[in-house]
Ligand binder design. Sequence first.
Ligand SMILES: CC(=O)SCCNC(=O)CCNC(=O)[C@H](O)C(C)(C)COP(=O)(O)OP(=O)(O)OC[C@H]1O[C@@H](n2cnc3c(N)ncnc32)[C@H](O)[C@@H]1OP(=O)(O)O
Ligand SMILES: O=CC(=O)O
Ligand SMILES: [Mg+2]
Length: 362
Amino acid sequence: MRSAKDFFAPLAVGAPAPVREVPARPSRAIHFFDPSNPKMAAKVPAMVGTVDVLLGNLEDAVKADKKIEAREGLVRIGQEVDFGPTQLWTRINSLDSPWALDDLTTLVPAIGHKLDVVMVPKVQGAEDIHYVDRLLAQLEAKAGLERPILVHAILETARGVANVEEICGASPRMQGLSLGPADLAADRRMKTTRVGGGHPGYLVRQDPPKGEDGTAQIEAQRATYQQDLWHYTVARMVDACAAHGIYPYYGPFGDITDVVACEDQFRNAFLLGCVGTWSLHPKQIAIANRVFSPSVEDIRHARRVVAAMGDGTGAVMLDGKMEDDASLKQCLVMVDLAEQLAAIDPELKKQYDAIDAEPQGA
Ligand SMILES: CC(=O)SCCNC(=O)CCNC(=O)[C@H](O)C(C)(C)COP(=O)(O)OP(=O)(O)OC[C@H]1O[C@@H](n2cnc3c(N)ncnc32)[C@H](O)[C@@H]1OP(=O)(O)O
Ligand SMILES: O=CC(=O)O
Ligand SMILES: [Mg+2]
């Protein structure tokens, strides 16, 4: 195990110093595109500024005979496109695949100066992060990069979930985690064939009514309530990330046409503490941007609590509810996020600024 005092030393001579704090850059939607798909690739320049993160995907969903084309396509896009305020991420192939090594050794020298984050799939434990950490340091040193590329792990194996805390703490490069519900379901032998989202069979049922003789009428009509298959894993991921100062994300929602259930799944993740999600199709970007931005109502309330709490200590009544030091902190989470988002999203800024112009007591 590395000593704590060595943790922030570069892992290769000449590599940039590791970050001490992961930058809190808004990343409500991580939009996936396949760089080997000419139609998708052609849309990338126009998407800059409309989405927080553009991710050139090299792993699953890219056909095996297109892996090299995808990698080369991403190099071309990375070199030619000005990403402005939008982050550029990539998802490399899994570490046991024939492509992962060449993904990293090609991308870092060619577009490492533009790559913000490398997403690593199927991470099993800290050893996978240590491998990528050292390799990135060597490649960064060779390429003369001035800032380190961060690492994001997908939580999509049972072993990865069991090791989630050590994965989060494995390197100062760790930026965050995403849930990978498809691979995770397969690895755990869950019996769902859906990519994320709920399942009508995963439910609880209302108690049966009693007949006149007091016996349970189990055949009677009873309400059922669908449960969230992913609650446990997302909650573990959020705790592990918060404990290590890194960021949790929901992952893919595969039913592209069901924009309503997609929004619900994203909102559950937002409420539980996730900062963003994946977008697989252009229509999911607007959903993610909406859901992962605090609502005007929440910000109006949060600002009122901040104002009412004065120096931030004690307890006050606001609209019949108790507010105190702890609820103030909850409100500050919202207000801080709103400020970060307003700085990159002029439309949102307008909506939040309009709150200040409202008559007092509105
Ligand atoms: C479990 C996991 O690992 S999830 C992560 C891996 N999966 C992915 O990355 C999937 C990414 N998305 C896709 O491959 C596609 O969106 C699909 C296959 C789901 C649907 O694709 P299509 O059937 O072409 O969708 P649709 O016809 O609605 O597309 C409309 C337009 O948007 C484009 N488009 C679709 N998805 C994207 C995208 N992710 N990025 C940019 N453009 C896109 C299409 O090329 C099409 O362009 P056109 O109008 O010029 O013809
Ligand atoms: O990579 C994502 C998944 O759900 O698997
Ligand atoms: Mg996967």
